[in-house]
Design a binder for this molecule. Structure first.
Ligand SMILES: *[C@@H]1O[C@H](CO)[C@@H](O)[C@H](O)[C@H]1NC(C)=O
Ligand SMILES: *[C@@H]1O[C@H](CO)[C@@H](O)[C@H](O)[C@H]1NC(C)=O
Ligand SMILES: *[C@@H]1O[C@H](CO)[C@@H](O)[C@H](O)[C@H]1NC(C)=O
Ligand SMILES: *[C@@H]1O[C@H](CO)[C@@H](O)[C@H](O)[C@H]1NC(C)=O
Ligand SMILES: *[C@@H]1O[C@H](CO)[C@@H](O)[C@H](O)[C@H]1NC(C)=O
Ligand SMILES: *[C@@H]1O[C@H](CO)[C@@H](O)[C@H](O)[C@H]1NC(C)=O
Ligand SMILES: *[C@@H]1O[C@H](CO)[C@@H](O)[C@H](O)[C@H]1NC(C)=O
Ligand SMILES: CC(=O)N[C@H]1CO[C@H](CO)[C@@H](O)[C@@H]1O
Length: 227
């Protein structure tokens, strides 16, 4: 009798989570669409509508189990607009690829709420402002590619605590300051690729980073490789 009640409550809970979750996901995607000012190929404007389920919209992948959005892949759609902070409501998101578009404005700090995020690729856009420190809360991150944008400020030293990070590409931006020594702590984990060329970085390259297999500092000012 007790067991039956528990099973009933659990399945009720699962249904509620899904019912609320998929409604939140749909709303978040519509908010992302609202922030697109120009969609020259009409990809979002003419296909992201309720005639088909959002899991079947171009660029969207959902998990079979929960019917929640796990990947957002809008690469090279020539979209121009900003990234809505509502992106953080896609709580099952593991993969974001918005590369080769015209995204401008700041990367919303709310992205830091995406606890399952593993890959973030915003390469070749016009994102400005600072790299949000909140990304350190995405502890599952494997790759972060912010290359070819207009980012300013420093490389957050907190990135040294992203223990699953394999790739960090921040080349071709307008970043300043030092390459944080804390990144050296990653070299003993799975960290393999670090690319920071074409910025306004200064100072020494920490020994540990200099020993990484793939490492690019081309055009790094005041290069001072450790011997
Ligand atoms: C959300 O999930 C519930 C329960 O599985 C389902 O009845 C409903 O149609 C779904 N709504 C959307 C927009 O997917
Ligand atoms: C809604 O999207 C479908 C494809 O997903 C498209 O064929 C249809 O024309 C769209 N409807 C409107 C009103 O844009
Ligand atoms: C979704 O995201 C927005 C912006 O970050 C936030 O204001 C809102 O409370 C979030 N939650 C839901 C359920 O929409
Ligand atoms: C990380 O998340 C915690 C808990 O939600 C929050 O208090 C903290 O401010 C976040 N850190 C950053 C750098 O945003
Ligand atoms: C990001 O996307 C670009 C373009 O699709 C690709 O060349 C690059 O390898 C990606 N970055 C990572 C870290 O996967
Ligand atoms: C980069 O920043 C410097 C110093 O703030 C500024 O003088 C320069 O114009 C910027 N370059 C680009 C390409 O934004
Ligand atoms: C590296 O990690 C250790 C142990 O967590 C910590 O004490 C140390 O301060 C870190 N080094 C840097 C440069 O952040
Ligand atoms: C389509 C578009 O505007 N892409 C831009 C993305 O950002 C890079 C770097 O800022 C530009 O070179 C691209 O033209």
């Amino acid at each position: 009798m007790y067991l039956g009640v528990i099973i009933f409550l659990c399945s009720l809970h699962a249904i509620t989570v899904n019912a609320l979750g998929n409604v939140t996901d749909r709303l978040a995607l519509l908010k992302l669409k609202e922030c697109i000012a120009d969609d020259p190929h009409g990809i979002l404007m003419s296909t992201w509508n309720d005639s088909i389920h959002f899991c079947d919209w171009p660029g969207i992948t959902c998990s079979r189990r929960h019917g929640r959005v796990t990947a957002l892949n809008l690469r090279a759609y020539d979209l121009r607009g900003s990234i809505s902070p509502f992106i953080s409501n896609l709580t099952f998101l593991r993969f974001i690829h918005l590369g080769n578009n015209g995204y401008f404005g700041e990367i919303p700090l709310e992205v830091g709420n995406l606890k399952r995020l593993q890959h973030l690729n915003l390469t070749n856009n016009m994102s400005s402002g600072k790299i949000p420190v909140s990304l350190v809360n995405c502890s599952e991150l494997r790759s972060v590619d912010l290359a070819k944008n207009r980012l300013i400020g420093i490389i957050p030293l907190e990135f040294g605590s992203l223990t699953k990070l394999e790739t960090l590409r921040i080349s071709v931006n307008n970043l300043t300051g030092d390459i944080p020594a804390s990144l050296g702590n990653l070299s003993s984990t799975s960290f393999k690729t670090f690319s920071a060329a074409y910025n306004n970085l200064m100072g020494n390259i920490p020994d540990e980073i200099g020993r990484l297999k793939i490492c690019s500092f081309l055009q790094h000012r005041a290069i001072n490789f450790p011997v």
